[in-house]
Write a protein that binds this ligand. Structure first.
Ligand code: DUC
Ligand code: ZN
Ligand code: ZN
Length: 469
């Protein structure tokens, strides 16, 4: 048998097993697993390396409009380049509908930004902000049929938040079509009230971002989202969960037999609200929503990863530059935390942080790492040819040096931000080579692929959603 590429002598791990074997790749797919494979155009010697399914980051924001004068720091070229350097082979950004804009036009516009630009594969979720009759009756079901099989709804943010009535409407469409609903669960009115009150009292520094979005804000919305999903009898994924109380809502729902899934992110494992208390505006570097909490919440999130409250670990990569009026340092004398764009970069550091803090420190197994970083994302969102190392799957592979030790630093990263919120965090284990459908995109830390080799992937229905009749 002849191969385009053989990855030889590595230790391969999947979500269930760890074993030594060579991987034979042809036409972008894994076609052989065995010992002593030969007859390839190219062979990569992975001795001493871990050979893992390429990361799937199912929650990233790229090139989204983010408010007047604000520009995201990554376009699809830089965002997917950074993703590839971080051991990812697929990212899942959002086509974010703005009010008054058709969902079809939204999807077309995001393809215009992404197509021909990506280093990794990409598969879009939708964001619904304007569930008109046209959206609910025509566009959304048609787009789901076309492979955009998941969508996110927001319970907060001006211009994005859906009322409960609208949440029920879109959940009904998900039930009829087999789409998976992702929910950003924070109580909009509570945040508005607390923000107004803080500002009136002169509490405007970045650290008050956390005070304006305390745990009950997230817990209440999580409970409400789950209750609404229960009314419609539809599965739901609660994204970027930051604390124990929201986790308990998920766990309780699941113990009652509801299909409620959870996602957490690196910022809830290694950052705290204290990081937002930097000198001058430095705290703005850590402003994201929900905000990082405290060390007890970090511990809770680890427990959620260990116990299965969380199925997916995503970055919520949402990059802005810090030292830039189009980024965190908002122009026009807008000095309150209210105007700091929400979001932090993290697509490149997600996996090293989970590997080092999780596998390296004995909190999770290597197989749990693979499940949380790749396999479960593929299953949750219907990426049926991705997320595992098995014959017939896409040859999406990350080769890791488990011994490489470094301190995370902006100077090492490839995103468009001018900082990383994870600066100085020491990690052991780093992805060195990333292979997307059999093509080497990053080899030994050097970019080899060209933008445009990454494709958009139309997805099947999620295995975790209801199958349409
Ligand atoms: N919060 C979001 O809801 N989305 C992007 C980033 C963030 O902090
Ligand atoms: Zn969100
Ligand atoms: Zn997000």
């Amino acid at each position: 048998m002849s191969y385009d590429l053989i990855i030889a002598n590595g230790t391969v791990a999947t979500a269930t097993d760890t074993f030594s074997c060579d991987i034979g790749i042809r036409d972008g797919r894994i076609v052989a697993l065995g010992h002593g494979l030969g007859g390839a155009t190219e062979t990569i010697d992975a001795s001493g390396r871990l050979v893992l399914p390429g990361g799937i980051d199912s929650h990233v924001h790229i090139s989204q409009p983010s408010g007047e004068g604000i520009v995201m720091a990554d376009d699809f070229e830089s965002g997917t380049r950074s993703a590839a350097f971080g051991g990812n082979t697929t990212v899942m950004p959002f086509c974010m509908q703005e009010k008054g804009v058709s969902l079809r036009e939204t999807v077309k516009a995001y393809h215009g930004l992404a197509d021909g630009k990506c280093h990794t594969d990409v598969s879009f979720h939708l964001v619904l902000s304007d569930p008109t009759e046209q959206v609910l009756g025509q566009d959304l079901p048609a787009l789901i049929a076309d492979g955009y099989t998941s969508f996110k709804v927001f319970m907060t943010y001006e211009g994005l938040a859906l009322a409960d009535y609208e949440m029920l409407q879109v959940m009904s469409v998900a039930r009829e079509t087999g789409a998976l609903v992702m929910v950003h669960a924070e109580n909009y009115d509570a945040i508005r009230f607390l923000t107004d009150r803080l500002e009136r009292g002169g509490s405007i520094a970045p650290k008050f971002h956390g005070t304006s979005r305390p745990i009950p804000v997230e817990r209440e919305a999580t409970h409400r989202a789950i209750s609404l999903a229960e009314l419609i009898d539809v599965p739901v994924m609660i994204v970027h969960v930051s604390n124990r109380e929201a986790m308990e809502e998920i766990a309780r729902a699941r113990s009652r037999g509801l299909k409620v899934y959870g996602e957490t992110c690196p910022q809830y494992l290694v950052l705290t609200e204290k990081d937002m208390d930097g000198l001058n505006m430095e705290g703005a570097k850590y402003v994201c929503s929900p905000p990082p909490r405290d060390t007890a919440s970090q511990q809770a999130c680890w427990e959620g990863l260990q116990s299965g409250v969380f199925q997916t670990f995503s970055s919520d990569h949402c990059p802005f530059r810090y030292d830039d009026p189009a980024g965190k340092l908002n122009p026009k004398g807008r000095t309150s935390f209210r105007w700091v764009p929400n979001g932090i970069p993290g697509v490149e550091t997600r996996l090293p942080i989970l590997f080092s803090e999780g596998v390296g420190k004995g909190r999770i197994s290597l197989n749990q790492f693979v499940a949380l970083s790749a396999t479960n994302h593929a299953q949750a969102y219907g990426l049926t040819s991705k997320g595992s190392i098995a014959i017939g799957m896409d040859a999406d592979i990350a080769i890791w040096d488990p011994e490489r030790e470094l301190a995370i630093s902006q100077s090492l990263l490839h995103h468009g931000s001018d900082y990383t919120p994870y600066e100085g965090i020491r990690v052991k284990g780093w992805p060195v080579t990333t292979i997307v459908r059999g093509r080497v995109v990053v080899r030994d830390g050097v970019l080899e692929g060209a933008p445009g080799e990454g494709r958009h992937i139309a997805r099947e229905r999620s295995r975790w959603a209801l199958q349409p009749a």
